[in-house]
Design a protein around this ligand. Structure first.
Ligand SMILES: [Zn+2]
Length: 175
Protein backbone atom coordinates (compact mmCIF):
# COMPACT_ATOMS: atom_id res chain seq x y z
CA UNK A 1 0.00 0.00 0.00
CA UNK A 2 1.53 3.34 -1.07
CA UNK A 3 1.36 6.43 1.08
CA UNK A 4 -1.54 8.03 -0.77
CA UNK A 5 -3.45 4.75 -0.62
CA UNK A 6 -2.83 4.52 3.13
CA UNK A 7 -4.11 8.07 3.58
CA UNK A 8 -7.15 7.29 1.47
CA UNK A 9 -7.84 4.13 3.47
CA UNK A 10 -7.57 6.07 6.72
CA UNK A 11 -9.87 8.84 5.48
CA UNK A 12 -12.46 6.27 4.42
CA UNK A 13 -12.36 4.68 7.84
CA UNK A 14 -12.71 8.02 9.58
CA UNK A 15 -15.67 8.95 7.41
CA UNK A 16 -17.25 5.55 8.11
CA UNK A 17 -17.03 6.29 11.82
CA UNK A 18 -18.43 9.77 11.31
CA UNK A 19 -21.32 8.35 9.32
CA UNK A 20 -22.54 6.42 12.34
CA UNK A 21 -26.32 6.52 11.98
CA UNK A 22 -28.31 8.82 14.22
CA UNK A 23 -30.62 7.06 16.68
CA UNK A 24 -34.32 6.65 15.83
CA UNK A 25 -35.20 8.81 18.80
CA UNK A 26 -32.91 11.54 17.49
CA UNK A 27 -34.42 11.24 14.01
CA UNK A 28 -37.97 11.58 15.34
CA UNK A 29 -36.88 14.60 17.37
CA UNK A 30 -35.53 16.25 14.20
CA UNK A 31 -38.60 15.38 12.08
CA UNK A 32 -40.94 16.81 14.70
CA UNK A 33 -38.88 19.91 15.32
CA UNK A 34 -38.95 20.59 11.54
CA UNK A 35 -42.68 19.74 11.39
CA UNK A 36 -41.92 17.03 8.78
CA UNK A 37 -40.96 19.65 6.21
CA UNK A 38 -37.81 19.93 4.18
CA UNK A 39 -36.54 23.40 3.44
CA UNK A 40 -34.45 22.97 0.36
CA UNK A 41 -37.10 21.59 -1.99
CA UNK A 42 -39.99 22.79 0.26
CA UNK A 43 -41.73 19.42 0.17
CA UNK A 44 -43.49 17.75 3.08
CA UNK A 45 -41.96 14.37 3.93
CA UNK A 46 -43.54 11.10 5.04
CA UNK A 47 -42.69 8.55 7.70
CA UNK A 48 -41.93 5.48 5.58
CA UNK A 49 -42.86 2.74 8.12
CA UNK A 50 -46.49 3.94 8.06
CA UNK A 51 -46.67 2.75 4.44
CA UNK A 52 -45.81 -0.83 5.45
CA UNK A 53 -49.11 -1.15 7.29
CA UNK A 54 -51.16 0.80 4.81
CA UNK A 55 -49.96 -1.60 2.13
CA UNK A 56 -50.58 -4.60 4.39
CA UNK A 57 -54.12 -3.57 5.30
CA UNK A 58 -55.06 -2.90 1.69
CA UNK A 59 -53.59 -6.22 0.59
CA UNK A 60 -55.60 -7.97 3.33
CA UNK A 61 -58.71 -6.20 2.04
CA UNK A 62 -58.16 -7.53 -1.48
CA UNK A 63 -56.55 -4.56 -3.22
CA UNK A 64 -53.57 -6.63 -4.33
CA UNK A 65 -49.93 -5.70 -4.52
CA UNK A 66 -49.52 -1.92 -4.21
CA UNK A 67 -46.36 0.13 -4.72
CA UNK A 68 -46.67 1.78 -1.31
CA UNK A 69 -43.62 0.33 0.32
CA UNK A 70 -40.47 -1.66 -0.41
CA UNK A 71 -37.39 -2.11 1.75
CA UNK A 72 -35.51 -0.09 -0.89
CA UNK A 73 -37.33 3.11 -1.75
CA UNK A 74 -37.07 3.02 -5.52
CA UNK A 75 -39.33 4.48 -8.19
CA UNK A 76 -40.54 1.13 -9.42
CA UNK A 77 -41.42 -0.40 -6.07
CA UNK A 78 -42.30 2.64 -3.95
CA UNK A 79 -42.49 5.87 -5.99
CA UNK A 80 -43.84 8.02 -3.16
CA UNK A 81 -41.09 6.95 -0.77
CA UNK A 82 -38.49 7.28 -3.52
CA UNK A 83 -39.39 10.98 -3.56
CA UNK A 84 -40.67 11.83 -0.11
CA UNK A 85 -39.50 9.37 2.55
CA UNK A 86 -38.28 11.35 5.55
CA UNK A 87 -34.51 11.30 5.96
CA UNK A 88 -32.16 13.04 8.37
CA UNK A 89 -29.50 15.13 6.73
CA UNK A 90 -26.42 16.99 7.98
CA UNK A 91 -26.64 20.73 7.28
CA UNK A 92 -22.88 20.99 7.35
CA UNK A 93 -21.46 17.76 5.93
CA UNK A 94 -19.40 15.60 8.28
CA UNK A 95 -16.55 15.73 5.79
CA UNK A 96 -16.59 19.53 6.13
CA UNK A 97 -16.43 19.47 9.91
CA UNK A 98 -20.15 19.16 10.66
CA UNK A 99 -21.24 17.17 13.71
CA UNK A 100 -23.98 14.68 14.64
CA UNK A 101 -25.60 17.17 17.05
CA UNK A 102 -29.29 17.81 16.42
CA UNK A 103 -28.49 21.47 15.64
CA UNK A 104 -26.60 20.22 12.61
CA UNK A 105 -29.33 17.77 11.59
CA UNK A 106 -32.30 18.59 9.43
CA UNK A 107 -35.25 16.78 7.92
CA UNK A 108 -34.78 15.99 4.23
CA UNK A 109 -36.73 14.25 1.48
CA UNK A 110 -35.26 10.99 0.19
CA UNK A 111 -34.72 12.40 -3.30
CA UNK A 112 -32.73 15.45 -2.22
CA UNK A 113 -30.83 13.44 0.35
CA UNK A 114 -29.73 10.92 -2.28
CA UNK A 115 -28.72 13.70 -4.66
CA UNK A 116 -26.89 15.54 -1.91
CA UNK A 117 -24.99 12.41 -0.87
CA UNK A 118 -23.81 11.96 -4.43
CA UNK A 119 -22.66 15.55 -4.67
CA UNK A 120 -19.56 17.38 -3.43
CA UNK A 121 -20.79 19.04 -0.19
CA UNK A 122 -19.12 22.34 -1.08
CA UNK A 123 -20.77 22.37 -4.50
CA UNK A 124 -24.16 21.47 -2.98
CA UNK A 125 -23.95 24.27 -0.40
CA UNK A 126 -23.14 26.82 -3.09
CA UNK A 127 -25.98 25.69 -5.30
CA UNK A 128 -28.55 25.23 -2.52
CA UNK A 129 -28.30 28.09 -0.03
CA UNK A 130 -30.26 27.39 3.17
CA UNK A 131 -33.17 29.83 3.03
CA UNK A 132 -36.39 30.23 5.00
CA UNK A 133 -39.52 29.10 3.15
CA UNK A 134 -41.95 31.67 1.84
CA UNK A 135 -45.30 30.31 0.82
CA UNK A 136 -48.48 32.11 -0.12
CA UNK A 137 -50.74 30.24 2.30
CA UNK A 138 -48.21 29.80 5.07
CA UNK A 139 -46.56 26.61 6.16
CA UNK A 140 -48.57 23.62 7.41
CA UNK A 141 -48.61 23.71 11.20
CA UNK A 142 -49.91 20.20 11.87
CA UNK A 143 -48.38 18.04 9.13
CA UNK A 144 -47.09 14.89 10.82
CA UNK A 145 -45.66 12.93 7.89
CA UNK A 146 -48.22 10.12 8.48
CA UNK A 147 -46.58 9.35 11.82
CA UNK A 148 -50.02 9.36 13.48
CA UNK A 149 -51.17 6.89 10.83
CA UNK A 150 -48.32 4.62 11.90
CA UNK A 151 -49.34 4.94 15.58
CA UNK A 152 -52.98 4.30 14.70
CA UNK A 153 -52.21 1.13 12.74
CA UNK A 154 -49.58 0.01 15.22
CA UNK A 155 -52.35 -0.99 17.60
CA UNK A 156 -53.65 -3.60 15.18
CA UNK A 157 -50.25 -4.90 14.05
CA UNK A 158 -48.40 -4.94 17.35
CA UNK A 159 -48.05 -8.73 17.30
CA UNK A 160 -46.21 -8.71 13.95
CA UNK A 161 -43.91 -5.80 14.76
CA UNK A 162 -40.23 -6.25 14.00
CA UNK A 163 -37.53 -4.98 16.37
CA UNK A 164 -37.07 -1.94 14.11
CA UNK A 165 -40.76 -1.10 14.20
CA UNK A 166 -40.87 -1.50 17.96
CA UNK A 167 -37.98 0.92 18.16
CA UNK A 168 -39.79 3.44 15.93
CA UNK A 169 -42.90 3.07 18.06
CA UNK A 170 -40.88 3.75 21.19
CA UNK A 171 -39.29 6.82 19.59
CA UNK A 172 -42.69 8.15 18.46
CA UNK A 173 -44.30 7.56 21.85
CA UNK A 174 -41.50 9.38 23.68
CA UNK A 175 -42.44 12.97 24.40
ZN1 LIG B 1 -36.30 17.33 -1.79
Amino acid sequence: MGLSEAVKWKMENISKQLRKPTSRKQQIFVFRRDRWLWRWCKRPVIFAPAMIYLKQELADSGYGELAYWRPAFNRRGAPLLDELAAAVDHIKALTMGGTNDVENLTTACNKCNTRKNNCDPRKWENEHPFKPIRSKFGEPQVWDGFSSLFLYMAKRHASSFTATEKDWLKALQAK
